[in-house]
Design a binder for this molecule. Structure first.
Ligand code: ADP
Ligand code: MG
Length: 487
């Protein structure tokens, strides 16, 4: 039902902006970058009143699409921010030619597509278990943090991931007592590592409900450990992890350089391994190339199996596109499916995002999908994907450099001329200039709006120092290695 917008009696703009910002953080982590940009960035928070958050969406179609595809994600985010009382209202912009846009609201407290709210956790930290869950729940009933969207059934196997897939599958049948303990899966972003970890965990839960399975991203593990240190509850924290039967640690590259956390993880690891419990980890680079990880921990990885996932080949990409179409219930002519699979060769996340954007565009234009229209649309989208990739690169570079030199991202972009910060900033600019195809001007914009000459100066300075100072070269090489950069 569409109702005219009521006059705004009590508007708390600041709160609504903040609440929506937090929601977005949760949503972003669960929908993937492309879908996030397509479906969530255009949304504007309007007001928050009596736990009802009103968001403005650009069209009726947009609203329907959100309701159809993201209602649970939205509900979970609202639930996480506003609790059980929280509700969402849409303010839909109806385009009436030259007339002013007239906002309407639709109350979705009883939306047509609403499925029961699934309180299984989202990846972000807010809804993850607390180590002290166990005061109230026996371990096997404690929260596993597993997401129902990932399973072995909806994972497409190909040359690129066969070993990793088979190892995960085999571990799930027989956790703990197998030759793959620990199992480490490594590979680039968007290639299915997290998917496999969840699939493994869910399969174990299905086969052995009494087992305590726990998924934890390593940055969360770090946060929890630091909190435990602060609260003098390290013992409790450690004991909790030592009760796990299948421990799934995602993105262990974040443990690099975190001495104390690693030490604690090492103890937990040894305890679990000796007790015949299963440990599975993922990492964005091969563990042996991961600097800042203790040898004693690294040497443990050799006890089990290290398997990689790679960018899928054309045939696998085709299967992934077809599978995705089937689960989303969308039909696209074969030529177009092939076109997408051929042209989007970065990673699976992008592949899925492109498909969704394509369907959305076609629906928005309300046109039959013919080849001409699709190729044109796809061209634009593929270019956009490449653009996003590049944008992402600068941000990834900034993040990696900031982390490596232990400075904040804000510092990196700030005016500060403090030596360590200026040094880190120069290296970051140098890497951006040499390893992305962004212009000096654009790079400057990413660094707090500096102009192109600052970037080229920084880059030159680094180049010179690299030639004359082997120690400095060593430092830059380590940063480059963290970013998987060669040459
Ligand atoms: P990673 O953890 O390696 O960065 P993810 O596991 O988050 O990547 O995968 C990104 C997206 O691509 C997820 O939506 C995931 O379900 C999907 N995906 C990745 N690989 C496959 C695959 N082989 N089959 C089906 N979906 C996949
Ligand atoms: Mg991942």
């Amino acid at each position: 039902m569409i109702l005219p917008e009521k006059p705004l009696i009590e508007v708390t703009t600041k709160d609504c902006v903040l609440v929506w910002k937090n929601c977005l953080r949760l949503i972003r982590a669960s929908v993937g970058e492309q879908s996030f940009k397509t479906w969530f960035e255009p949304i504007r928070p309007m007001k928050l009143h009596n736990s009802i958050l009103t968001i403005q969406v650009p069209s009726q179609f947009f609203y329907e699409w959100l309701e159809e595809h993201y209602v649970n994600v939205l509900k979970k985010a609202i639930y996480g921010e506003l609790g059980a009382e929280g509700k969402l209202e849409y303010s839909i912009i109806i385009d009436k030619g030259n007339e002013q846009h007239q906002p309407y609201t639709i109350n979705i407290s009883n939306p047509k597509n609403a499925k029961p709210v699934d309180h299984s956790p989202l990846p972000p930290q807010k809804q993850f278990f607390s180590p002290f869950d166990m005061r109230t729940a026996p371990p096997h009933q404690a929260h596993s943090n597993l997401s129902s969207q990932y399973s072995f059934d909806n994972f497409i196997e190909g040359e690129c991931n066969r070993l990793a897939y088979s190892a995960c599958f085999s571990v799930a049948q027989n956790p703990g007592s197998n030759a793959f303990n620990p199992l480490v899966i490594h590979g680039g972003v968007g290639l299915g590592k997290t998917h496999l970890l969840h699939a493994l965990g869910r399969e174990v839960k299905a086969l052995f409900p009494e087992k305590f399975v726990l998924y934890v991203p390593s940055d969360l593990f770090i946060t929890q450990f630091v909190d435990a240190l602060k609260n003098q509850s390290v013992q409790e924290f450690t004991n909790y992890y030592m009760q796990v039967d299948v421990l799934l640690v995602d993105d262990i590259q974040f443990l690099a350089g975190k001495e104390k956390t690693q030490e604690n993880f090492f103890h937990i690891f040894n305890h679990l391994h000796q007790a015949g419990k299963q440990i599975v980890m993922t990492c964005d680079i091969a563990p042996k190339d991961l600097k800042g990880l203790h040898d004693r921990l690294l040497s443990r990885f050799k006890w089990g199996l290290v398997a990689d996932v790679q960018v899928p080949d054309y045939k696998t990409r085709l299967s992934i596109v077809r599978a995705k179409m089937q689960t989303e219930g969308i039909a696209i002519p074969n030529e177009i499916v092939e076109y997408v699979a051929k042209n989007v060769d970065t990673n699976v996340r992008e592949l899925q995002g492109v498909l969704i954007s394509l369907v959305a565009k076609a629906s928005l234009m309300r046109q039959e999908i013919d080849i001409d229209m699709t190729e044109k649309t796809l061209n634009q989208i593929i270019q956009r994907v490449k653009q996003i990739e590049v944008d992402l690169n600068i941000e990834i570079i900034q993040k990696a450099v900031a982390e490596h030199f232990n400075v904040s991202l804000n510092d990196l972009k700030s005016e500060t001329r403090k030596k360590e910060i200026a040094n880190a900033r120069q290296i970051a600019m140098f890497i951006c200039q040499n390893y992305t195809n962004m212009s000096l001007k654009t790079i400057g914009e990413y660094f707090g709006g500096r102009d192109h000459s600052t970037v080229s100066h920084a880059s030159r300075t680094v180049t010179e120092r690299l030639e004359n100072d082997p120690l400095y070269k060593n430092i830059v090489d380590v940063v480059k290695m963290k970013l998987n950069l060669k040459g």
